[in-house]
Design a protein around this ligand. Structure first.
Ligand SMILES: [Zn+2]
Length: 305
């Protein structure tokens, strides 16, 4: 789904991540003083916004902010302009907001639709990377402090005789649109535990250690919905750094219409025709979060028949 991939929220490769620059701390330090450089301040997973959207600080305004920041990370290049993010999570909310001249702190997901897609993608990237730093201060092997380096894309354990490298972790999950084995065309949607009654979405689950993505699809569908699936086909993926997800979309075909939910993760699962789904949309029901890959996969399925 190459064409569609461009419109998935939080993706699109808007920045040149300029990986080789991460190995040049002197160059990164110099870039932080360039007049074209942009520094995005975040506070505890939230963007700091003023009336025009997320605050973008220029180099002349960053020395105070950097002194208060837990981390400064290099995100990449936007044309010739370097883009950094700083984490002001050590401050209280009011201090962080006032320091950068913002009006409030907001989750980027609450701004989707109003925010330029490139800006949303960069904010999500910054959020995920800074979140990882806050969760990865210490080495999990020896407990010593780990120090950020590589432009903020690695931490190195400072423990004697350890020196372990810690990289940002990503937690892949599969999102699956299961189709019925025979006519009429139907897809399987589920009411997930914790979701409002009557809200149905695609089935999903985390990939486990030692599994392929396809293995995870087959296991999750069997465990959660009692459905055996075949023809597991990749549809696309979406970075979901809230805090560390990678959503990988698949279609699969059930071998039987029989469904048996686990009652833990899924409270109900049932087959929907396109007409039924269109009725739900007409009645104002969302098919998944508007910024999510499952929303897009369901939209594509609806328009395919
Ligand atoms: Zn260590």
């Amino acid at each position: 789904m190459d064409a569609a991939e461009r419109v998935l929220a939080y993706g699109g490769g808007w920045l040149d991540r300029a990986g080789p620059l991460r190995a040049d701390p002197a160059r990164l330090e110099a870039l932080l003083t360039e007049p074209t450089t942009v520094v995005l301040p975040l506070w505890r997973d939230r963007c700091l916004v003023d009336g025009d959207g997320p605050v973008r600080l220029t180099a002349d305004r960053t020395s105070l902010v950097r002194a208060a920041a837990d981390e400064t990370v290099f995100l990449g290049l936007d044309g010739d302009a370097a883009v950094f993010a700083v984490d002001l999570s050590a401050l209280n909310e009011r201090s962080a907001v006032e320091m950068v001249g913002a009006a409030r702190a907001v989750d980027v997901r609450a701004l989707v639709g109003r925010l330029d897609p490139a800006e949303a993608a960069v904010q999500a990237y910054a959020r995920g990377l800074l979140h990882w730093h806050r969760q990865s201060r210490y080495c999990g092997a020896c407990g010593a402090l780990a120090v950020a380096g590589g432009g903020g894309h690695v931490r190195t354990c400072g423990g004697a005789g350890c020196g372990r490298l810690l990289f940002p972790r990503i937690e892949p999950a599969v999102i699956v649109l299961v189709e019925a084995p025979g006519p009429p065309d139907r897809c399987l949607l589920a009411w997930h535990a914790g979701a409002p009654e009557g809200s149905y979405s695609t089935l999903a689950g985390f990939v486990e250690v030692g599994e392929s993505l396809e293995d995870a699809v087959r296991r999750e569908m069997a465990e959660e919905a009692g459905v055996t699936v075949t023809d597991v086909t990749y549809q696309g993926s979406q970075g979901w750094p809230f805090p560390a997800g990678l959503m990988v979309g698949f279609r699969a075909t059930a071998t039987s219409e029989e469904v048996r939910v686990d009652g833990v993760e899924l409270l109900e699962a049932r087959w929907f025709t396109r007409a039924e789904l269109r009725e739900r949309v007409a009645a104002g029901r969302q098919l998944g979060r508007v910024d999510s890959i499952d929303h897009q996969m369901l939209g594509q399925w609806l328009t395919a028949g």
